[in-house]
Design a binder for this molecule. Structure first.
Ligand code: ATP
Length: 288
């Protein structure tokens, strides 16, 4: 089957700085690294590395062709990534010597995906395909509702967190993925436990502690493999991409979670984002 991702594509500009700039200060950076980022793109790359057939739906500006090429090199189908008249979404990241960082994000083209670009691809989808969105694009609610109506299995990664955005998609969701802080905030905002949202499966990730699955048979916890942490950026996206790819390959949820936790653990033990996501063989061979 196919995983359809409506998701952000960002250019991540990581500047090495002697310290984080103070208000009003102008500071020269000592190094620059440009990479592919955005939660949607990371998720698509993770699912493709996990051997899923992935079609990414999204938009970049004329300055973002390299990012689309990078996605393609990772095996993601980019036929439905449009070029629009906005600048490509980007993150300006300042990283101090102690690893402390500050990040500025501009959504750009991610927030200007035309309706036709969003909805047209779903006409190619088949019943039983999966659709996943996160909160870094425009139009996720309508897109997931259309996908659900067309017989796709729907998933939402609730990041960056906004309780209203989650509330707006709950009725059409089969799977919700969020981290522990987001789960607490959602419970406070809705006055309901995450297991009582009417969503068939809810996965709550808890960093080094692993994750929790709220499903038809109740709640179950899964400890994460123990690893030495180097860089946790993108752990959540890797986890989500691997879970969705696993389910798409027909794995039961327990096994999909197992692979996702190994993939995310391998990833946090390395530096980098998209390029640090392990492929399925590495995950299957890992002894953690
Ligand atoms: P991020 O925003 O950094 O991408 P997140 O807050 O969305 O992450 P987390 O709960 O931090 O998500 O992590 C997602 C999954 O990654 C966890 O469920 C776990 O499997 C794995 N993971 C994260 N941190 C660690 C760690 N220190 N050791 C082992 N596994 C980890």
């Amino acid at each position: 089957m196919t995983l359809w991702t409506l998701g952000s594509i960002n250019a991540d500009y990581a500047y090495r700085v002697p310290r984080l700039p103070a208000p009003g200060e102008t500071l020269a950076a000592e190094g620059l690294m440009r990479g592919l980022g955005g939660k949607g793109a990371n998720l698509s790359v993770a699912a493709a590395r996990a051997a899923a057939r992935v079609v990414h739906v999204g938009a970049v500006g004329p300055d973002g062709r390299w990012a689309v090429e990078r996605l393609m090199e990772y095996g993601v189908d980019v036929r439905h990534v449009a070029e629009v008249g906005e600048v490509t979404g980007h993150a300006v990241i300042a990283v101090a010597p102690d690893g402390e960082n500050s990040i500025l994000i501009w959504p750009g083209a991610n927030a200007a995906i035309p309706e036709a670009v969003r909805d047209a691809p779903l006409a190619e989808a088949r019943v039983g395909d999966r659709a996943v969105a996160q909160n870094e694009t425009n139009g996720q609610g309508g897109w997931l509702a259309t996908a659900k109506r067309m017989g796709l299995s729907t998933a939402y990664v609730a990041a960056p967190f906004d309780p209203q955005a989650v509330g707006a998609v709950l009725d059409v969701l089969d799977l919700l993925i969020l981290n522990a802080v987001e789960a607490e905030q959602l419970e406070a905002a809705l006055g309901r436990r995450v297991g009582d949202l009417g969503v068939r499966d809810v996965l709550v990730t808890m960093g080094a502690e692993g994750c929790r699955w709220h499903g038809a048979e109740g709640e179950r916890s899964f400890p994460a493999p123990k690893v030495e942490v180097v860089d946790t950026t993108g752990a959540g996206d890797t986890f989500a991409g691997y879970v969705l790819a696993g389910l798409d390959r027909g794995l039961p949820m327990v096994q999909a979670i197992g692979q996702a936790q190994v993939a995310a653990a391998l990833m946090v033990a390395r530096r980098g984002t998209a390029d640090a996501i392990p492929d399925l063989k590495e995950v299957q061979d890992a002894r953690l």
